[in-house]
Design a protein around this ligand. Structure first.
Ligand code: DQA
Length: 146
């Protein structure tokens, strides 16, 4: 059984209502259901968390250090600002996938830099919610190779 933590940062609880032209019309519950259903196809246990607080996100990463084999993280705006999240991820030994629903490389300049990318083993952006599914597939692939 592979334990995967899916961690979502600030304002992602508003998916579906939040700038739908950028982030689409699906809610965070839809995203959680999508990931859970997909995980059933593999021997995968998903722990799905969202927070608007940087300190909670760091605590979730600390939990993952104890309990998870891989992390899928969309740190949202903290992606571009948080050395503390990078430091926490640097303490995690497993596979890390950074996901962004939108393509941050094609948006405002302040979104182009990501602290999370410094640690991430893989970065997926601009694929909508399917980015999370691609991340799960990659983790299954990586963990079955090892
Ligand atoms: C985001 C992109 C970030 O720049 C933004 O602050 C978010 C969401 C994305 O999923 O596209 O909140 O991480």
């Amino acid at each position: 059984m592979i334990n995967v933590y899916i961690l979502n940062g600030p304002n992602l609880n508003l998916l579906g209502k939040r700038e739908p032209e950028i982030y689409g019309s699906n809610t965070i519950k839809d995203l959680e259901d999508l990931c859970d259903n997909h995980a059933k196809k593999s021997d995968l246990k998903i722990t799905f968390k969202q927070t608007n607080s940087e300190s909670n996100l760091i605590e979730f990463i600390h939990d993952a250090i104890e309990y998870a084999d891989a992390i899928i993280i969309n740190a949202a705006a903290f992606t571009h600002t948080s050395i503390a999240i990078l430091d926490a991820l640097n303490c995690f030994q497993g596979y890390v996938v950074e996901v962004h629903i939108s393509d941050i490389s094609k948006r405002e300049d302040f979104r182009k830099f990501s602290f999370v990318s410094i640690r991430a083993d893989l970065v997926i952006m601009g694929q909508g919610l399917d980015g999370y599914i691609q991340a799960i597939d990659k983790i299954v692939e990586e963990t079955s190779e090892n």
